[in-house]
Every structure is written in structure tokens, then in C-alpha cells.
Design a protein. Structure first.
Length: 297
């Protein structure tokens, strides 16, 4: 019986495992190796790790965790999870492992447009977070794409990084949105984007349904997201409109002993924030275990 099973080996899950390992809890961390930022060249905004490639960040974190004898790292995907009398039972590679508590740091998946050329340049010239990638492409000709107001909202955010910016909205926007864009000298294209022109893996232009093109060096996407894992829902958790698991500020859910951290939980989606959420959830998970031990049934 583990004290905690952590599902997900990104910044949230790794940080949670570290705190619990230091609390001498018996921890199993299961990582499917499908990080949301796998296509990114570097993590940014993470003090002392700014510019570190995601794969290198994971390698260093796992190396640190191996120093703690109570932490077990296992590669694979949790196929199912259920509550039982003593906590939780998870199925991994056809085998069931039990734990007194469960922390899901399974993240989100981005629903990317189905455009020819996108996959070649995604993570190089195409992103979704300006705080993560805007600084490196400052003052370049950039575009933002999204449905209507979503593109306008993101364009206003991206405007701080470049004065050469066009919002592509796939349809008409309100006069209020037009006025906002004009006040900031942000261009507007309301035609539908159907493809990208990519050469040697680099974005060159956005192509519209009418055949015209908009030459750009980079593109930020305002896109929908979905949970990467259905484990939380299968255990009875509810999702927010954004597809994240409903949880309190400590990562606790309505299911006793079940915690959420990282992009799967409500809040700002950045690596440094996910790591903090992992530590917070682990602290309160451990507090719950201490309460059980001091007040046995």
C-alpha cells in the first residue's frame, strides 16, 4: 500500500513527489511521457530554469527524485482508477496497485486546428502562450488566431511583444472589438484561415479561404483544451467550462483523498505555477494522511 500515487510526471507531479518524498511518504509516480510542452524548445518564466528544454527539466527532476528511497518512478499509463475501502486502486499495465491517496497531475491537451503545415512548425513558430514564447520573438511580424473575440482577447495580450500584429478571427467581430484593435494599431483579418505556408519547418504565411496570404514569422493560437486523462471524471469529479477539474485552492476535490495539480486544475497555466500547485497539493495530501494516522477509525 502506497501513501500516495501520483499520475503525471510534469512539473506538478514531480514537485508533489519531491515534497512527499521529503516527508518520507511511500510514493509511486507514474508518467506516460506525454507532456503538453513536449514540442516546446524551452521552459520560460521558471526562476533558475529559464530556457531549459522540457525533456532536460524532466531528466534533472527525476534524477533528484531518485535520491529519495521512498519514491518509485514508473513509466506507463494508468488505465483505470477506483475508490476502495482503504483509498484508491489504480490499474497499470494490467496490474492493480493500491494507495491511501491519489494525486492527478495529468494535464490538458490542446485542440489544434486541422491545417496543412501546422504540425511542421508547431513549437517552433506556432505557440499558445505569449508569456512562454513572446520575448524570444519580440518585434517580429506576428499573428493571433482564434474564434472571434477569443482572437481579439489574445491579440491585446500579445500586443506588448510586437507592434506588427494581426488578429485573425475566422469571421466578423463586434464593433467594440474592432475599436479595441484599432486603438492598439492591431490589424484584423476576418477571413477563414485554411492552411499555413511552411518552408523548411518555419512558418512563412497564413493562407485564407479566398486564396490570399498573410506573411508572418510567428503565430499564437487561442484554442480549446480538453483533459488529457478521463481518470478524474471516472472517479466522480466535475469539470469546469474550460475542461479543468473542479478543485479548491489546495488542489482538493469532493472525493476524499483525491487531489488535482497542474494544468488539469483551475488556474494559470505555466510550468512554475504547476510546480507550485504540486507542492501545495502534496502538503495538504500529507496533512490528510497525518489526520488519518492521529485519528484512526
Amino acid at each position: 500500500m502506497h501513501d500516495a500515487i501520483i499520475v503525471g510526471g510534469g512539473p506538478a507531479g514531480l514537485s508533489a513527489a519531491l515534497l512527499l518524498g521529503r516527508a518520507r511518504r511511500r510514493v509511486l509516480l507514474v508518467d506516460a511521457g506525454e507532456g503538453r510542452n513536449a514540442r516546446s524548445h524551452a521552459i520560460h518564466g521558471f526562476l533558475t530554469r529559464d530556457g531549459t528544454p522540457p525533456a532536460e527539466f524532466r531528466r534533472m527532476a527525476q534524477e533528484e527524485l531518485r535520491r529519495y528511497p521512498s519514491i518509485e518512478l514508473r513509466q506507463g499509463e494508468v488505465e483505470a482508477a477506483r475508490r476502495n475501502r482503504d483509498g484508491f486502486a489504480v490499474t497499470l499495465a494490467g496490474q492493480t496497485t493500491e494507495s491511501r491517496s491519489l494525486l492527478l497531475a495529468t494535464g490538458l491537451a490542446d485542440e489544434l486546428p486541422d491545417w496543412p503545415g501546422l504540425d511542421e512548425a508547431y513549437g517552433t513558430d506556432i505557440w499558445h502562450c505569449p508569456y512562454c514564447d513572446g520575448f524570444e520573438r519580440q518585434d517580429e511580424p506576428l499573428a493571433v488566431h482564434g474564434a472571434g473575440h477569443d482572437a481579439v482577447r489574445l491579440a491585446i495580450e500579445v500586443r506588448n511583444w510586437t507592434g506588427d500584429l494581426v488578429a485573425c478571427t475566422d469571421g466578423p467581430v463586434s464593433q467594440a472589438d474592432r475599436d479595441r484593435l484599432a486603438a492598439l494599431n492591431i490589424g484584423l483579418r476576418e477571413g477563414r484561415v485554411t492552411a499555413l505556408r511552411v518552408e523548411d519547418g518555419r512558418l512563412r504565411a497564413l493562407r485564407f479561404a479566398d486564396g490570399s496570404e498573410l506573411e508572418r514569422a510567428g503565430l499564437f493560437l487561442a484554442i480549446a483544451q480538453r483533459p488529457r486523462s478521463a481518470l478524474a471524471e471516472s472517479l466522480g469529479c466535475k469539470l469546469t467550462a474550460a475542461g479543468q477539474v473542479r478543485a479548491n485552492r489546495h488542489g482538493g476535490t469532493d472525493i476524499p483523498g483525491l487531489f488535482i495539480a497542474g494544468d488539469a486544475s483551475p488556474g494559470l497555466q505555466m510550468a512554475v505555477v504547476a510546480a507550485a500547485q504540486g507542492s501545495i497539493a502534496a502538503f495538504h495530501l500529507n496533512a490528510g494522511l497525518l489526520k488519518q494516522e492521529s485519528h484512526p477509525q
